[in-house]
Design a protein around this ligand. Structure first.
Ligand SMILES: Cc1cc2nc3c(=O)[nH]c(=O)nc-3n(C[C@H](O)[C@H](O)[C@H](O)COP(=O)(O)OP(=O)(O)OC[C@H]3O[C@@H](n4cnc5c(N)ncnc54)[C@H](O)[C@@H]3O)c2cc1C
Length: 470
């Protein structure tokens, strides 16, 4: 059967478009299908973290993303008397990922940067107004049929088609409910007048009767999220919206950009793939937005999957793809579980407590997968800077690279203390920033068919050899 592209992607949300950039950057031919006539313009996500920024960096879009976002100062959980219960302030200096710990952004701006990124590649074809309605996988190729009746064949298909995923349906999979389901009203405002008194921290008002979130967005954007106690409400009038905001802001100071009711859910699919068809992003998992991690998780999914797909297309053992689910599922589960715990605090805490608890961001490791997990393997590697302040990932675009004290390699600041701290002599960083192996000089253990080529800093057989962005 003639292949129309090596990879087909269903859905042009942030997950699908990031994946298209990642794959195109590795020289693969990609077709991406979206049922809408244009990108989804409504803001949902407002936060991403330093790891996600590092992924944007890997597709050459780090500085554009940085220009459209704002360094996030953090989140405070308060009781009804404004006592701070939990202080999750974020560092205001560059962190271990080589970027700030946390950013605020406007989702349509982020999606525009990602979509414009695709114009750099002649090997990506985008198809709007193209709802995928049928999928078949003969073991060699996947064929999709669009609502128009047109067909498209590819070696692999990735369903990035969101919470209502058709691709998930084709896989006969369901999102398993992990116990959280609440209706929340989300109101986006644009300030007409400065309101510094609202503050720059995101605030979670913990209240069993009426929990609420305030988000300081980019520029003049501010968001309020409130739990709806009446689960039957499906629409809310402008007047009611202002009534709900009366304690904080009035039409004199802001205009409503939009308001929408969402059902916040926590769920995770059991099987992330079958044959040549994979799921990523909201198609595979959902979580409430209290940590701002839903989209981040999808972007982590595709950073994990993209280089493995490229490796297989370039001749690596297909078994490498089995590690996608085993590595990603436990990682996303940690974010879901913590988000749900925070959701419980927001929904329950009413009593004042004397002391403020300090909260730190989590950087969960990957589940079992490539390589052994004896030490810090499967954890994120820091992104060190060279003496000239170049970022280490940029010096090794798309490839694996070692972190070691070798005198002949590129000198990176801070590597030696980090190696000592972790009791290792060197480590090998994967293209998605996670540590594949910690190695002593002559030892390289592995459980799949790859070999480290120290001359080219590459894993032989597991790394694509085609062109990257020129
Ligand atoms: C109020 C709110 C606040 C949030 N805040 C944050 C936050 O701060 N940080 C964060 O990380 N996450 C946040 N999230 C979650 C985040 O918005 C989602 O996780 C993210 O948008 C999911 O991206 P996706 O690309 O996987 O799916 P989507 O963005 O849903 O994209 C899926 C795409 O697939 C298309 N599609 C569907 N079916 C088909 C088909 N059959 N054929 C072709 N195309 C199809 C759809 O039209 C859509 O464009 C928030 C969510 C909400 C609701």
């Amino acid at each position: 059967m003639t292949q129309n592209s090596e990879i087909a992607i269903v859905g042009m949300g942030p997950t699908g478009v990031t994946l298209a950039n990642l794959l195109a950057n590795r020289g693969l031919s990609v077709a991406i299908f979206e049922k809408q006539s244009k990108p989804y313009a409504l803001p949902r996500a407002v936060h991403f973290d330093g790891e996600v920024m590092r992924i944007f960096q890997s597709i050459g879009l780090g500085s554009e993303m940085s220009d459209t976002s704002r360094v996030n100062i953090g989140m405070l959980f308060k009781d009804l008397d404004s006592n701070i219960l939990i202080d999750w302030s974020r560092s205001q200096t560059i962190g271990p990922m080589g970027w700030y710990e946390s950013y605020r952004f406007h989702q349509p701006d982020l999606e525009t940067v990602l979509q414009n990124g695709l114009y750099r590649f002649s090997n990506v074809k985008t198809f709007y107004n193209s709802a995928v309605r049928k999928i078949s996988d003969d073991g060699e190729n996947v064929t999709i049929e669009l609502e128009s009746g047109e067909r498209h064949t590819s070696q692999f298909l990735i369903g990035c088609d969101g919470a209502q995923s058709n691709v998930r349906e084709f896989l006969n999979e369901e999102l398993v409910d992990l116990g959280f389901m609440q209706k929340w009203l989300v109101i986006d405002l644009i300030l007409k007048n400065d309101r510094p008194d609202l503050g720059n921290h995101t605030v979670q008002i913990c209240d069993p009767n009426s929990p609420m979130t305030y988000v300081r967005g980019t520029g003049k954007r501010r968001r309020w999220e409130m739990r709806l106690t009446d689960e039957t409400v499906s629409k809310i009038s402008v007047e009611d919206v202002w009534n709900k905001l009366v304690k904080w802001i009035s039409p004199d100071d802001a205009e409503i950009e939009r308001s929408a009711i969402y059902t916040f859910k926590s769920s995770l699919v059991k099987k992330w793939s079958r044959g040549n068809v994979f799921l990523a992003g909201d198609a595979a998992h959902l979580m409430p937005p209290f940590m701002g991690q839903g989209m981040c998780a999808g972007i982590r999914d595709v950073a994990n999957l993209a280089w493995k797909l490229a490796a297989v297309i370039n001749g690596a053992d297909k078994a490498i793809l089995n590690t996608y689910e085993s590595e990603r599922s436990p990682n996303v589960r940690e974010f879901i579980d913590l988000t749900v715990r925070l959701g419980q605090i927001i929904n329950q805490t009413s009593k004042s407590q004397k002391e403020t608890t300090k909260m730190e961001s989590i950087l969960p490791s990957l589940g079992p997968g490539l390589g052994l997990r004896d030490n810090i393997e499967g954890h994120l590697a820091p992104q060190f800077l060279s003496i000239e302040s170049d970022k280490a990932d940029d010096l090794n675009p798309n490839g694996f690279y070692p972190l070691s004290n070798q005198k002949n390699g590129i000198k990176l600041k801070g590597v030696e203390p980090w190696l000592n701290e972790n009791n290792i002599t060197s480590a090998l960083v994967r293209p998605d920033g996670y540590i594949l192996e910690t190695v002593s000089k002559n030892k390289m253990q592995n459980n799949i068919n790859y070999r480290f080529d120290s001359k080219n800093n590459d894993l032989i057989k597991a790394v694509p050899s085609r062109k990257f962005i020129g």
